[in-house]
Design a protein around this ligand. Structure first.
Ligand code: SAM
Length: 365
């Protein structure tokens, strides 16, 4: 049976800074929770929903994402934007177009803006930096970026411009799997970047892909342990979707129920994390998004990329599931929640940056 969690009495222990190791009990709990099925699975999801409500109430953060460029110097074998995908039409949005999206078509529920791209330092310097400099002065929005592993100097410049959140996923924390899948650079460098960002005051959100080909339970538990050891503000899980134009195009799509177990384990392991429901969940099943919100997720993302370029931002396939404001508000309502009026970055900044919580019964020595 999966131990119930989510009551404040269960999550009484706080720690600061990174953690070196976990008690076997905590690791064992993660292992059995990830594999939960039947009644145990239903109670796992319900416990995670309760834990989210105790920490955040029924409010779901709403951010808008603009995918500004699909050039990428990396070659991740799961991603359709990998540099060797010669079939993809590459783009960088014009600054004027980004300005127009922000100035004229920002949905009222959006409190945060996220700028995302392949790993493309040109887009970072020539598009994202100047636009952030402008909007940070004019608008009261939380600003985050997801731009890959770049030089420290560029992180500093983005922060000076006004960005406060950095989304940088590990994808997997298993060094061998990381290397085989050609994830960005090296795992060591990715971790070094996360630690630098945390040290220099960013709200950092990381994450993993669940259901990667040949992924073992040990690799998954190890990845979750590693993520928990970093001083993150948020964490996400994406189900693996076989990407068109990638070496993994004929592999199997991740199992939705198991991915929801990962969402719940993230919430129960770290109740303070901001955990996005990712649009790819709806590619597994049309109920996936709402079910993630009911399994502990608390952030929804509206896609603001102009329709002319959306299809070319091809993480998996051209016919993506595009989350409009209407769909997001409907999903939030179906999950029995309301949109938050506060930015996730403002909410995360009000917590001590390095604090994390562990259910008392599963705490490390
Ligand atoms: N360049 C940035 C970086 O390195 O962080 C942006 C990353 S990528 C463009 C956006 C995210 O899509 C990745 O971090 C990965 O988690 C996810 N992704 C890409 N291909 C995927 C796939 N086939 N299945 C699930 N998630 C995928």
């Amino acid at each position: 049976m999966i131990p119930a969690a989510g009551k404040s009495t269960d999550v009484s222990r706080e720690r600061g800074g990174e953690e070196e190791g976990f008690a076997p009990a905590e690791r064992d709990w993660r292992r059995s929770a990830l594999a939960a099925s039947g009644d145990a699975q239903v109670s796992l999801w319900a416990s995670a929903e309760t834990a989210r409500e105790e920490r955040f109430g029924k409010r779901i953060f709403v951010r808008g994402v603009i995918e500004v460029a699909n050039f990428c110097r990396q070659n991740c074998s799961y991603c359709g934007m990998r540099r060797e995908n010669g079939a993809l039409r590459r783009f960088r949005l014009a600054r004027e177009i980004i300005r127009r999206v922000i100035g004229e078509s920002l949905p009222p529920s959006v409190t945060d803006l996220n700028f995302q791209a392949g790993e493309d330092p040109v887009a970072l310097k020539e598009l994202v930096l100047p636009v952030i400099e402008e909007i940070a002065k004019e608008k009261r929005l939380g600003i985050s970026v997801c731009l890959g592993t770049v030089d420290h100097r560029l992180y500093d410049e983005l922060r000076q411009a006004g960005a406060r959140g950095y989304i940088i996923k590990l994808e997997t924390g298993d060094p061998e799997q990381y290397r085989l899948l050609q994830c960005p650079g090296t795992l060591e460098r990715r971790l070094e970047a996360i630690r630098y960002l945390v040290r220099t005051g960013w709200c950092v959100s990381s994450g993993l892909i669940h259901g990667l080909p040949n992924q073992t339970l040990d690799q998954l538990v190890g990845t979750l342990d590693l993520l928990r050891s970093l001083s993150l503000s948020g964490c996400s899980v994406s189900p693996f979707i076989p990407g068109e134009g990638t070496p993994l195009s004929s592999e199997k799509t991740a199992d939705l129920e198991q991915t929801l177990n990962v969402v719940a384990v993230l919430r129960l392991s770290s109740p303070r994390w901001v955990i996005p429901a990712v649009s790819a969940l709806n590619l597994c099943d049309s109920s996936g998004y709402v079910r993630a919100l009911r399994a502990g997720a608390n952030l929804a993302t509206i896609n603001l990329t102009p329709s002319e370029w959306r299809g070319d931002y091809q993480l998996y396939r051209r016919n993506r599931c595009i989350m409009t404001e209407e769909r997001i508000l409907q999903a939030i309502e179906q999950a029995g929640c309301q949109p938050s009026l506060e930015s996730w970055i403002a909410a995360s900044s009000s917590f001590p940056p390095s604090a994390s919580l562990v259910p008392a019964s599963r705490s490390s020595p």
